[in-house]
Design a protein around this ligand. Structure first.
Ligand SMILES: Nc1nc2c(ncn2[C@@H]2O[C@H](COP(=O)(O)OP(=O)(O)OP(=O)(O)O)[C@@H](O)[C@H]2O)c(=O)[nH]1
Ligand SMILES: [Mg+2]
Length: 240
């Protein structure tokens, strides 16, 4: 099987590491709100334009993109391409396009009880779409953000973790994206997960370099759909 790898892109000439990070999750979960906060609170010289393609109701129809500089890591500048996908079920083709060449995923959970089913579906959809590209779900750097913790009646994080079948070793953060609480912690956490795998950039090959987790996460995702499980055993050819 040819395993498509998540990667970081390394340019030795410019001494730069580029990471593509995708915010995934159900519609209205707060993905765009995360990027808006990061944009508002990044120094103008360190951030690009926040590009959003939305409907009138501000739901993402294609993606949001925010380029950010994050300072130096072992002498290399870290550049991030932050992207969100449209969470609504109908936009699956778009999600697949945005997921191409992803280096790390932030899964934004909507903590409201009404959103539980949508969270589960979105997690299963992420697994399926990664596997479709030949990427093994349990080896892609990922962190989880439990968002909307300001609302009354939200589900305990332990319940969400259990219902979503998340392994205990996955990094997780509580957040209120609307006020920015937890937003940068989440971002730093996913960057750390990715950079841990890149190691010393000066020793990495020029261009795209493998950065998948060396082993699978400790436990698998019992919440995963049978379809995805089947694909794990017989992975399809990665898309070109
Ligand atoms: N109370 C509360 N509302 C939030 C929070 N984060 C986001 N919202 C609100 O939830 C709604 C949806 O947020 P978006 O960021 O547009 O959600 P999205 O995940 O990008 O949705 P799609 O683009 O449709 O996939 C907006 O009205 C936000 O203001 C939060 O932490 N608390
Ligand atoms: Mg959005």
């Amino acid at each position: 099987m040819s395993q498509a790898l998540t990667m970081a892109t390394i340019h030795h000439g410019r001494k730069e590491v580029l990471l593509k990070l995708v915010y995934y999750g159900p519609g209205l979960g707060g993905k765009t709100t995360n990027l808006e906060h990061i944009h508002r609170h990044s120094r103008p010289e360190y951030r690009g334009k926040l590009l959003s393609l939305t409907t009138e109701s501000e739901r993402t129809i294609f993606f949001d993109l925010l380029p950010v500089h994050l300072g130096k890591f072992m002498g290399y500048t870290i550049r991030l391409h932050l992207c969100t996908v449209p969470g609504q079920i109908a936009y699956d083709d778009t999600r697949r396009v945005i997921l191409r060449n992803v280096d790390g995923v932030v899964f934004v959970v909507d903590s409201q009880p009404d959103a539980l089913e949508a969270n589960i579906q979105s997690m299963q959809n992420l697994e399926i779409n990664l596997e479709r590209q030949g990427m093994e779900f349990s080896r892609v750097p990922m962190v989880v953000q439990y968002n909307k913790r300001d609302l009354e009646g939200v589900l305990p994080t332990a319940t969400l973790r259990r219902e979503l079948g998340l392994p205990r070793d996955l990094k997780e953060h509580e957040a209120v994206a609307r006020t920015g609480q937890g937003v940068f912690d989440t971002l730093k956490s996913v960057v750390r997960e990715c950079l841990r795998l890149v190691g010393d950039p000066s020793r990495a090959a020029e261009g795209r370099t493998p950065s998948i987790l060396p082993g699978r996460r400790a436990s698998s995702f019992p919440g995963a759909s049978p379809r995805a499980a089947e694909q794990t055993q017989r992975p399809p050819k990665p898309e070109p």
